[in-house]
Design a protein around this ligand. Structure first.
Ligand code: A3P
Length: 309
């Protein structure tokens, strides 16, 4: 187990790095904060072409946890859940630093290869860009979906409050880019639809933000079963207590430094109603109809229930 001094040092390093990145970002023009790689926009202070190319070096393991999401669909929530579950089981912190697969320096994969199991990794990259090693090793993948309207609103606030992302002068401008897929990590719809043909490949569990919000213990049990963790009811209860929005927000200064309130903003279903106009809502409905209506993932998103005024 890492000693508390060691943990403190890692935390301090993390905060110092975040501060440095934020300072750098404040001197950059909005267009410099993003770059395109293979047709998709990425945050230039977090990702690089060299890191994408080095990703091939990662050696996946059967017992890795790999969480995949479009941004703002509950990535940090799910990472924390897995972290708490593995902590309950092993009484030690899983390998979590460098968790976002595509963030950081190219040598991170050599570092990750040397870390002990269990490792928790996550990513927003598209299916095609996921290193083949994950499929060869049959790593279990956890895909988290969130309804596209709340995702948009969450993404808008995040873009305006996270210094490493380009900010928007208005919600209307963000909405336009979100709809056309001209945002970091590309279109929500393309991203979600690409998974449709892979969800029955095996080794993939799909959960939704909304189901997690409505009945977290039930979804925690699904995660435990999927990873074969056999957590007791008592352990599920403990994980639940630590991963409610309230607990995570209260602890966010520790986990996310001064960006705590940016990552843990409202944690609700339906906040989209505070920003969407009637017309924007209809435009997004049309997009959903075009891409996801009638698909298995579209059904899981439960659009009627969560995206109607
Ligand atoms: P809001 O901006 O709507 O509040 P990601 O981690 O993928 O960036 O997702 C961030 C979103 O998940 C934010 O949504 C955040 O508040 C929400 N979130 C994080 N932890 C949560 C929790 N324990 N319960 C509910 N929502 C949570």
């Amino acid at each position: 187990m890492a000693s508390s001094e060691e943990k403190l040092t890692k935390k301090e390093i993390f905060r110092a790095e975040m501060k440095k990145v934020a300072e750098k970002a404040s001197k950059m023009k909005p267009e410099e904060l993003q770059f395109k790689y293979k047709g998709i926009l990425y945050p230039s202070l977090l990702c690089s072409e060299a890191t994408f190319q080095a990703m091939e070096k990662l050696e996946a393991r059967e017992d890795d946890v790999f969480i995949i999401t479009y941004p703002k669909c509950g990535t940090n929530w799910t990472i924390q859940i897995l972290h708490e579950m593995l902590f309950e089981l092993h009484n030690k912190e899983p390998t979590l630093d460098q968790a976002m697969l595509e963030f950081g320096k190219p040598d991170k994969y050599e570092y990750l290869n040397q870390q002990p199991s269990p490792r928790v990794m996550s990513s927003h990259i598209t299916y095609e860009n996921i290193p083949k090693t994950f499929f060869e090793k049959k790593t279990k993948i956890l895909l988290i979906l969130r309804n596209p309207k709340d995702t948009a609103v969450s993404y808008y606030h995040f873009s305006n409050n996270n210094p490493v992302l380009p900010s928007y002068e208005s919600w209307d401008l963000f909405f336009k880019d979100y709809l056309s897929g001209d945002v970091i990590y590309g279109s929500y719809f393309d991203y979600t639809l690409q998974w449709e043909k892979h969800i029955d490949d095996g080794n993939i569990l799909v959960l939704t933000f909304e189901d997690m919000k409505m009945d977290l213990p039930k979804e925690l049990r699904k995660i435990s079963d999927f990873y074969g963790l056999s957590l007791t009811d008592e352990q599920i209860k403990k994980v639940h207590e630590k991963t409610t929005f309230k607990s995570m927000k209260e602890n966010s200064g520790n986990t996310h430094g001064n960006l705590g309130n940016v990552f843990f903003r409202k944690g609700e279903i339906g906040d989209w109603k505070n920003l969407f106009t009637e017309e924007q809502s209809k435009e997004l409905d049309a997009q959903f109809e075009k891409y996801l209506a009638g698909t298995k993932l579209g059904k899981m998103i439960n659009y009627e229930k969560y995206c109607t005024f």
